[in-house]
Design a binder for this molecule. Structure first.
Ligand SMILES: [Mn+2]
Length: 322
C-alpha cells in the first residue's frame, strides 16, 4: 500500500512513550487526523466484548490492555526494512459500541460501528474481545473489499478451529465465527489456511467438517517442528494471487508460556518468535482487514500476552506495506 499519506506518531525521542494519551501504537485518534492524512488507510479499534466466551471471560478488558502494551511498539520494522508510519495513515478509532448481553446482537452492533469508521477505503483492524467479534469485522472487510466473488481468503492463527455450529444452543460465540462467515458467504473456506490448531479436540467430527469445507490446517506441532506453515503461507500467497485476504489472530495460538492471558489456553503452541516469522511471511498478501483477539488481562503475567498482541498489530501493518 502506497497512499502518499503518513501517520502522525509522536517522536519517542521527544515525547516519552510512558506519557500522553494511550492509543493503539500511539497513533492519533481518528477524529484528530490531519486532513492530509484522511481518510486513513488503516483504523485500529477495540471491541470490548466477551459475551461469546465458552470458558474464562475477561477479554472485554483486552483492548485497554493492548493499547497500554502498545506504547512501546516502535514503527520501523527491521525485517521488512520499512517504517509503516511513513507510508500510510493509521489511526485509533476508539472502541466499538457493544451489546454485552447478546453475542448475536453484538456482531450486528459492532459491524454497524465498523461501517462508520473512516471511508470505504479504510481497512479495519479490530482488537478483541473474544473471537466472536471477528465475524463483525469480516463482514465489513468483505463489503469494503467490494464483496469479492466466493468471499475473502483467510489466514487464521489459532489453537482452535472456531468452526463449531452451536454451543449450548447458541449459533454465535467465539467457537463459531468462521462457521457463520462461511454460511454468510463472506469467506472462502477453500482459500482459508488455519495455523496452530492443536488438540485434544472435543471430537473428530469438528476436524472432519473443516477438511470437508476445504480449509487447510497446519497443526501447531507441524508449524513448530517443520517448515510446513511457512511453505503453506508461501503457497497461499501465490494461489490467492492478490485476492483480498483477511488475517485473524487468536492470541491463544501462542503457547500459554508466551500468552498466559487468554481464555482457553492450550499447551503445545507457537512461540511469539515463531508467530512473528509466520506473519512476516505474509508480506505480499493483499491484506484487507484483520483482527487480534482473546487477550484476557486478568490472567496475564507481566503483560506478556498484551505485549505480544500489540506487536501483532504492528506486524500486520508492516506486512501490508508495499
Ligand atoms: Mn479463536
Amino acid at each position: 500500500m502506497k497512499s502518499g499519506k503518513s501517520t502522525e506518531l509522536p517522536n519517542g525521542r521527544v515525547h516519552p512513550r510512558f506519557a500522553g494519551l494511550t492509543t493503539f501504537l500511539r497513533t492519533p485518534r481518528l477524529q484528530d487526523v490531519a486532513a492530509a492524512n484522511a481518510p486513513v488507510d488503516w483504523a485500529i479499534y477495540g471491541v470490548p466484548f466477551d459475551g461469546g466466551t465458552t470458558y474464562r471471560s475477561g477479554a472485554r478488558f483486552g483492548p485497554r490492555a493492548v493499547r497500554e502494551a502498545s506504547q512501546y511498539v516502535k514503527s520501523y520494522h527491521l525485517e521488512h526494512a520499512v517504517d509503516w508510519s511513513k507510508c500510510m495513515s493509521v489511526a485509533d478509532a476508539g472502541d466499538a459500541t457493544v451489546a454485552p448481553f447478546s453475542c448475536e446482537n453484538n456482531v450486528n452492533t459492532v459491524a454497524e460501528f465498523a461501517r462508520g469508521i473512516g471511508a470505504n477505503t479504510t481497512k479495519l483492524l479490530a482488537v478483541g474481545g473474544d473471537h466472536s467479534i471477528a465475524l463483525a469485522n469480516m463482514r465489513v472487510a468483505f463489503e469494503r473489499a467490494g464483496r469479492p466473488q466466493g468471499g475473502l481468503c483467510v489466514l487464521h492463527f489459532d489453537a482452535h478451529l472456531d468452526t463449531v455450529d452451536r454451543v449450548w444452543g447458541e449459533a454465535y460465540s467465539h467457537a463459531s465465527p468462521f462457521r457463520r462467515a462461511i454460511e454468510e458467504g463472506i469467506i472462502a473456506p477453500k482459500k482459508m489456511l488455519s495455523i496452530g490448531v492443536r488438540g485434544p479436540l472435543n471430537m473428530e467430527e469438528d476436524l472432519a467438517w473443516c477438511k470437508a469445507q476445504g480449509i487447510e490446517i497446519i497443526s501447531a506441532q507441524d508449524a513448530i517442528t517443520t517448515s510446513s506453515a511457512l511453505e503453506a503461507i508461501a503457497k497461499f500467497r501465490t494461489s490467492t494471487n492478490a485476492q483480498a485476504t483477511y488475517i485473524s489472530i487468536d492470541i491463544d495460538v501462542l503457547d500459554p508460556a508466551f500468552a498466559p492471558g487468554t481464555g482457553t489456553p492450550v499447551p503445545g503452541g507457537l512461540s511469539t518468535a515463531r508467530l512473528f516469522e509466520h506473519l512476516r511471511a505474509a508480506k505480499g498478501i493483499k491484506i484487507v482487514g484483520a483482527d487480534v483477539v482473546e487477550v484476557l488481562p486478568d490472567r496475564d503475567h507481566a503483560g506478556v500476552t498484551a505485549l505480544a498482541a500489540a506487536h501483532c498489530l504492528a506486524e500486520i501493518l508492516a506486512a501490508s506495506t508495499a
